[in-house]
Every structure is written in C-alpha cells, then in structure tokens.
Design a protein around this ligand. Structure first.
Ligand SMILES: [Zn+2]
Length: 107
C-alpha cells in the first residue's frame, strides 16, 4: 500500500474534498479510493484529527440523476420562477411570501 499524501487542514489542494464537504454539495465519493489524508492539528499535544480526502471530479451525486429527474427538476424550477400574476419567467424564484414577482408586487 502506497502512502497517501497528507495535507494540513484548510491547505488541501482544490479538487479534493472530505466526505462531509462532498455531502454538502450533494455528492458522495462513489466508490473511489481515498486520494489523500487531511490532518487537523489540535492543541495540547492531542493526536491530530485525520480525515480522508476524495477527488471531487470522481464524486457522484448522492442520488443518481436520470434525464427524467433532471427534466422534473427543471420543470419544478421553471414553475417556481414563473409569476402567477403576470406569467413571466423571472430570473429568481417567486417569493412565496409575496405570491408574485417583484415587479407585480411593486405594482
Ligand atoms: Zn409578475
């Protein structure tokens, strides 16, 4: 087994992420091997916390997206960005608290 590179906390190169960071982006390691280790020093001579880093490029979505799912997501986002008052497709999601786009709300 070859030694993994070890990076200091916050000094990991771009393109590598911990499982937790991947998860925050809706990704999972996806069966890839650990790419590197992350060492987070602690005070008072305690052993450092060690984490594992994975390649973001090789990560997979938590739930595999099928074309149908992408289409459904797209349709849902389009619906959320369409103003029920004027029917315009806006750049933003129509705020539920307003129930219409900013322009309609402004009168
Ligand atoms: Zn509107």
């Amino acid at each position: 087994m070859s030694r993994l590179p070890v990076y200091r906390w916050r000094l990991a190169p771009e393109g590598l992420a911990t499982r937790r960071q991947l998860r925050a982006a809706g990704l999972r390691p996806g069966g890839q091997d650990v790419a590197a280790q992350l060492e987070r020093p602690r005070r008072r001579g305690r052993p450092p916390l060690v984490g594992y880093l994975y390649h973001v490029e090789q990560a997979l979505p938590v739930r595999p997206m099928t074309p149908a799912k992408w289409a459904a997501l797209d349709a849902a986002m389009t619906a959320r960005r369409t103003c029920p008052e004027c029917g315009e497709l806006r750049e933003y999601v129509i705020p539920p608290s307003l129930g219409c786009c900013n322009q309609c709300h402004a009168g």
